[in-house]
Write a protein that binds this ligand. Structure first.
Ligand code: TRP
Length: 340
């Protein structure tokens, strides 16, 4: 049996990176898997977040799931804090995982930065909660971006240690699902930095809520280089960009990746189409494409957010289905550890 689980944090602007890197893949996976998609609000409060903003963001992520094509009749869409299994299992896993494992997590080091002593303990144990998310459903497959691979590895370690500590095979060893070319959508201002909700300049990202003019404007202003678009020589034998172009023209590679992901055309085809052309031409085409793909998503998100009772109904049903799956698993876990 295979079961997919993934989560998206309601911590601010959803952008093209979330859409191409996560949601589009979620949609594909639901064709032939049982899928559970979670709005992880418990993860979002590991950093300070205004309560009203959190509420608004939760609905926005849920709406974006649906607007991107996740079918709530087929897949489960729910909010993490509404299912107690996550918190309960996280505690048990806090006691299974070792301090040394968490100390290796690079994302904590990055996020805590210099002010490590001032970071919340939640931010530190965040990967444990993520393991609980996944394993509370016995998920076998988790689509994640590159930045979450280490956390998924930790979930595997926790499952193995739990199983060996208690002498069983209760938790599955979850596999990562590698996502397509644009798993890493980079900033429009700096091709070596990931597109992020927290980068100061809004010109660095295409938000799912941007309108047509904003999309066009941001692509027009996106950083490029003084050369023309590259030819097929920039690809290696494996069909991936060669190291040299990745190093020397990261912004160009990023825009080509975005084009290929949005158009769903293979990179060879995209490159052949534009090789030798000027960026003005390529950017016009890219804007048209981005507007064509993103504005219907944007419109649908707005429509869904205007229909509160519909959204609440979906999340309520999602919660019930999530509990149906996680309840027996959490109960068995408690029995295994010997809870009274
Ligand atoms: N940590 C993930 C992120 O920031 C979100 C997340 C939480 C998640 N729980 C998960 C992803 C479980 C996959 C599976 O992107």
């Amino acid at each position: 049996m295979s079961r997919v689980f993934s989560g998206v944090q309601p911590s601010g602007n959803l952008h093209l990176g979330n859409y191409l890197g996560a949601m589009k893949n979620f949609v594909k996976l639901q064709e032939d898997h049982e899928c559970i998609y979670c709005v992880v609000d418990m993860h979002a409060i590991t950093v300070k977040l205004d309560p009203l903003t959190l509420k608004k963001n939760v609905l926005e992520v849920a709406a974006a799931f649906i607007a991107s094509g996740i079918n709530p009749e087929k897949s489960i869409i729910f909010v993490q804090s509404q299912v107690s299994a996550h918190a309960e299992l996280a505690w048990i896993f806090n006691c299974v995982a070792r301090l040394g494992w968490l100390n290796r997590m690079t994302q904590f080091k990055e996020k805590a930065g210099k002010n490590r002593e001032g970071a919340s303990i939640g931010l530190y144990t965040y990967p444990i909660l993520m393991a609980a998310d996944i394993l509370a459903y016995h998920a076998t497959h988790v689509p994640v971006g590159d930045d979450q691979r280490q956390h998924l590895e930790l979930a595997r370690d926790i499952a193995s240690k739990f199983n060996s500590d208690f002498g069983n095979e209760f938790f599955p060893i979850t596999e990562p699902v590698i996502m397509g070319v644009a798993t890493r959508v980079m900033s429009l201002r700096d091709g070596k930095k990931k597109m992020s909700k927290s980068e100061e300049s809004d010109y660095s990202r295409l938000n799912l809520t941007d309108n047509k003019d904003e999309i066009v404007n941001k692509i027009k202003k996106a950083k490029t280089d003084p050369m023309v678009l590259p030819d097929l020589d920039c690809l290696g034998e494996n069909g991936m960009f060669k190291d040299q172009i990745l190093q020397e023209r990261p912004e160009t590679v990023n825009l080509l990746n975005i084009y290929s992901a949005l158009s769903e055309e293979p990179m060879e085809k995209v490159i052949s189409n534009f090789s030798g052309r000027q960026f003005t031409h390529f950017k016009n085409e890219l804007s048209d494409l981005a507007v064509e793909v993103l504005t219907p998503v944007n419109d649908e998100i707005k429509k869904l957010l205007g229909n509160n009772s519909f959204m609440e109904d979906i999340l309520k049903k999602g919660k019930e289905k999530a509990i149906e799956i996680s309840d027996p698993i959490i109960n068995e876990t408690k029995r295994i550890v010997g809870y009274f």
